[in-house]
Structure formats: structure tokens, C-alpha cells
Design a protein. Structure first.
Length: 520
């Protein structure tokens, strides 16, 4: 080998080694900057914008006025990293992640206390992501520590009256939510427009779940009938008969063991007690082994893509469930890097969230770069403004007004702001229903009435010149501009005879504002 070639090769190895030694957050920004080329990026968000964003992302609520005041006054250059670490270790992190991934995985299909408990405890313990999905797919009724995980399947196995179980929808949901691939059009033939998606992929996944059944909706108990043979299918176009055992798209078929007739069960069914029995070969257990593993690239990439979405508001592959060659990742090298690091850190969700939050991309302002009139969302050069989810908005409103959250009011917020069932909340569109809810709902309007210890009562006790700063910090997590402070002062002076009413209306106006309704 020529000496010059050897020198170049050694230099490349040295650069690679140096790059690998950098924190993941630095490597993420380097790949984003490389793709962005000469296009300008927004500057770093100011402390108030960053603070509100971090609280909403890691606690599901906004900070108190005192928390905001303390952070804004802190001059430490490491205060952002400290805040991220404090929030990840704080008491609200697990509940926030449980809310976020409940919405992502259940898509407003329903709720169950055991499921909520399972998610919260899993995130509190920082349970590895692959283990969580393994427990969700296995739906083992005998595993008391993971009992709530069964809700993902049990809800989708419900049927009413003569309506059969929608196994097709269950199969599609597994593909979409755990592999990032929507095989909806592949049940009866290969996809007409996406060459990557085959009927075999749908039918192979379907074979894992077609013999599952729900015994108790209340107890979320899932059972199985024995799987003794492959699934037969044929394209509606070619009519060619085919068959498949359970299989992950692109993977090998799971071998279906053969048992003598009557020997299929490890625990035989008991007609006297109406117990369905436990088969020796469980396709759900097979799914839990085949799908959530490091060697399944679709599973790993889908996981990091969805975690990226939670903080950045858009997936590297977007929509999140349409990964294929005609819709590639905006940054393929970055998606691969995140996947590799996620596996190397044993599917540690907190690790990945922290590294993403430490990036310049996450900490950028939502204001456009100087001279720009628009941004390309795929470049992540400007922080994307996102409407708060129903859960975030509910928590933020209660935090702002100083009220204790109630399940009844949360149900109202979900009804007004959440998307329809099975409509992914990767984009939340403003609606007339939501606007009317804020304008007229008595429970919402009651939040702006003075009560012992709430924001309106607190503000009413302050001097007029102190109110503007306190209300803006409490509701919008920032200090008012000079013009805003002047407007508040003039408004209070004009309504001096009805101060509490005026303050309540001002709090309502800020809560109903677009600024409050988005994550920045």
C-alpha cells in the first residue's frame, strides 16, 4: 500500500475515533449541521423558552413562577444541563412519560388503571425499552409485576355483540407502533404503491396474534388457542396459494412444533372452571422474542425515531409509521447512530432523552433565523412549535392557576383536545370544539375565579405594579415586555373597582392564548 494511502487511512481512523469519543449530543448536532450545509439555523432559545419547553417535555407541566424566577436568575453556564438532569430524576418524569407513551401506543382507544400503573412504574425504574415491549407483546397474565402490560393487546381483542375481534387492526397496530411500518393495505395483496410492503409481512405478523383472545376485559386477561399449522393466504390478484408461520417482516419464520393430538397444552383447558388452558407453544411469547430485539433493525429504528419525536416534534422518519425506501429518514446516518447507541446502552430511554435534550437542535429558538421567511422542518434548524397535547394542556392549566387536578376535568380536556381513536397524535390540529371549550366550559372558567391559595387570589393581594411580572411568570414562564407590563397596569387601573374579576379575566386571556397552547 502506498505511504500516502496509509497516511490517509490512519487519518480517517483517527477522526472516527475522536468522533466516537464525543458525547452523543455533539455527534447528533454534527450530523444535523452537515445536512443543513449553508442554510442558517435559529439561535439558542432564551432561558425562558428553554425552561418552559423542558418542563413540558419532562414533567408534562409548566414550572411555577418561583421555579421560573430561580432559573432565570441563575448565571451558571451549566444550569441547562443541571435542569435536564434534575427533571429526569424528578418525581414528575415517570408520569409524563407514561402519558406520552400511553397516547402513542394506545392512540386514545381507552384507559385502564393497571396499564397506567405499569407504564409509570416502568419509566420510574427506567426499565429498558425492549423489556417493556417484550412484556406488552407477551401479555402474560401470570406475571403480576407486568400485569398492566396486557392492556395493549386486551383492548384490541375486545368485541361487542356479534362484531368479531378486529385482528387485522391489531396486526396493523403492531407493525405501525413497534416496527414503524403500516401494512394496512397488505392484508389481501402486496402494497400497490410501496414496494417494500408485502402481503407476507402482514400475514407473518398476523400469525402471531390470530389465536389470541380476551377472557376478562376488567382483568385484562389474554389467552391463546394452540397454533398447530401455518396460516394460508392468497393475493386477490394472483390467486396463488401461500402459507406462513409467524414471522417478523424480513425475518425467518418461527418453527411451529408438532404435538400429538390432545398434547398441545401445558395446562389443559378445564370445562368445569371454564379455564381456557395454556398451550405449550405460545405465539405471543414468540412475538415477544422475535420483535423487540437488537437484531431487528426496524424495531430499534422505530423506537429511537419515536423518542426523537417526543422531544423534537417530528420524526427523522415522518410520518412515524411510514418507514420505507420512498420515505427515507431525513438524516439516515443520524437514525443509524441513534439506533446503535440505543442498543449499546441497553435500550436506556433516559440516556437517549438526555442526549437529545443536550443538543443545540433541541435547545434552539422557535424564532426564524435572521432574514428567513420559512423553515424546512426536516432540517431541525429551528425549534418546531407544537400544540400541547390534551394531557400537557390540562397539567399546564392547573399548574398555572394553582389548582389540584381532577380526573373529571382531565376527561373534559381529553374530549376537547385529543385526536380521534387510532388517529396518531403526531400532529394536533386546532378545532372549533377546543376553542369553544376554553370560551364556555364552566369548569374552565371556574379556574379563574378567586379561591383560597389559587393564582387569582394571590395576584389580588399584590400591588398593581407587581402583578404583571407574577402573572406572566405563572402562566407563560417569562417576564412581560415593557409594553405588556404597561398594558396590564392600564387595565388594572381601569378596573380598579373590580380588581379580582379583572385579574381573573386576564389570567383566562393568557391561558386561552396561542402562546400558552404551544410548547414554546
Amino acid at each position: 500500500m502506498p505511504l500516502r494511502t496509509i497516511a490517509v487511512f490512519v487519518a480517517v481512523l483517527a477522526v472516527g475515533a475522536a468522533s466516537a469519543a464525543e458525547p452523543l449530543s455533539v455527534r447528533i448536532d454534527a450530523l444535523l449541521d452537515q445536512k443543513r450545509a449553508d442554510q442558517p439555523a435559529s439561535p439558542a432559545a432564551d432561558d425562558a423558552e428553554f425552561l418552559r419547553r423542558a418542563y413540558l417535555d419532562f414533567t408534562g407541566r409548566i414550572p411555577t413562577a418561583e421555579q421560573a424566577r430561580t432559573f432565570l436568575a441563575d448565571k451558571s453556564p451549566t444550569k441547562r444541563a443541571k435542569l435536564i438532569d434534575d427533571l429526569l430524576a424528578g418525581p414528575d418524569y415517570a408520569a409524563r412519560m407514561a402519558d406520552a407513551f400511553h397516547v402513542m401506543l394506545m392512540e386514545r382507544l381507552g384507559d385502564h388503571p393497571e396499564w397506567s400503573k405499569y407504564l409509570a412504574e416502568s419509566f420510574k425504574a427506567n426499565k429498558p425499552w425492549d423489556q417493556m415491549i417484550r412484556e406488552i407483546l407477551k401479555a402474560d397474565a401470570k406475571d403480576e409485576k407486568a400485569k398492566g402490560a396486557s392492556f395493549f393487546l386486551s383492548k384490541r381483542l375486545e368485541h361487542y355483540g356479534q362484531q368479531p375481534v378486529d385482528y387485522s387492526a391489531l396486526t396493523r397496530d403492531v407493525g405501525r407502533l413497534f416496527l414503524g411500518k403500516n401494512f394496512q393495505c397488505c392484508e389481501c395483496h402486496d402494497h400497490l404503491f410501496i414496494d417494500d410492503y408485502k402481503q407476507q409481512h402482514f400475514q407473518g405478523l398476523h400469525a402471531f396474534f390470530k389465536n389470541a383472545a380476551l377472557v376478562s376485559e376488567k382483568e385484562i386477561t389474554v389467552v391463546e388457542k394452540p397454533t398447530t399449522e401455518k396460516t394460508s393466504f392468497a393475493s386477490v390478484f394472483t390467486k396463488v396459494q401461500m402459507s406462513t408461520a409467524p414471522s417478523v417482516p424480513g425475518g425467518k419464520m418461527v418453527e411451529i412444533p408438532t404435538f400429538a393430538k390432545g398434547q398441545e397444552f401445558a395446562i389443559p383447558p378445564d370445562r368445569k372452571t371454564n379455564q381456557p388452558g395454556v398451550p405449550k407453544f405460545s405465539t405471543l411469547a414468540a412475538a415477544s422474542v422475535e420483535i423487540p430485539v437488537a437484531s431487528n433493525k426496524d424495531f430499534v429504528r422505530n423506537a429511537v425515531n419515536r423518542i426523537w419525536f417526543v422531544l423534537l416534534g417530528r420524526g427523522l422518519v415522518h410520518p412515524l409509521d411510514l418507514s420505507h425506501t420512498r420515505n427515507p429518514a431525513s438524516h439516515p446516518e443520524l437514525l443509524d447512530l441513534l439506533a446503535e447507541e440505543f442498543v449499546a446502552h441497553k435500550f436506556d430511554v433516559k440516556f437517549l432523552l438526555r442526549e437529545i435534550a443536550m443538543t443545540k437542535a433541541y435547545q434552539r429558538s422557535s424564532l426564524l433565523p435572521s432574514g428567513a421567511t420559512s423553515v424546512d422542518a426536516k432540517l431541525f434548524a429551528t425549534a418546531l412549535e407544537r400544540r400541547l397535547t390534551a394531557d400537557q394542556l390540562f397539567n399546564a392549566v392547573n399548574a398555572a392557576v394553582g389548582e389540584k387536578p381532577t380526573d373529571a376535568l382531565k376527561a373534559k380536556f381529553v374530549k376537547a383536545y385529543a385526536n380521534q381513536p387510532r388517529d396518531p397524535e403526531d400532529e394536533i390540529t386546532p378545532s372549533l370544539k377546543a376553542a369553544l371549550f376554553v370560551l364556555h366550559d364552566e369548569a374552565v372558567l371556574a379556574l379563574t375565579k378567586p379561591k383560597p391559595g389559587n393564582l387569582v387570589e394571590k395576584l389580588a393581594k399584590l400591588k398593581d405594579e407587581q402583578i404583571a411580572e407574577e402573572v406572566y411568570l405563572s402562566v407563560l414562564t417569562r417576564k412581560p415586555t415593557a409594553d405588556e407590563a404597561k398594558t396590564v397596569g392600564e387595565y388594572l387601573k381601569k378596573n380598579a373597582g373590580k380588581k379580582e374579576v379583572a385579574i381573573g379575566q386576564m389570567v383566562w386571556a393568557l391561558i386561552a392564548s396561542m402562546e400558552f397552547g404551544v410548547n414554546h
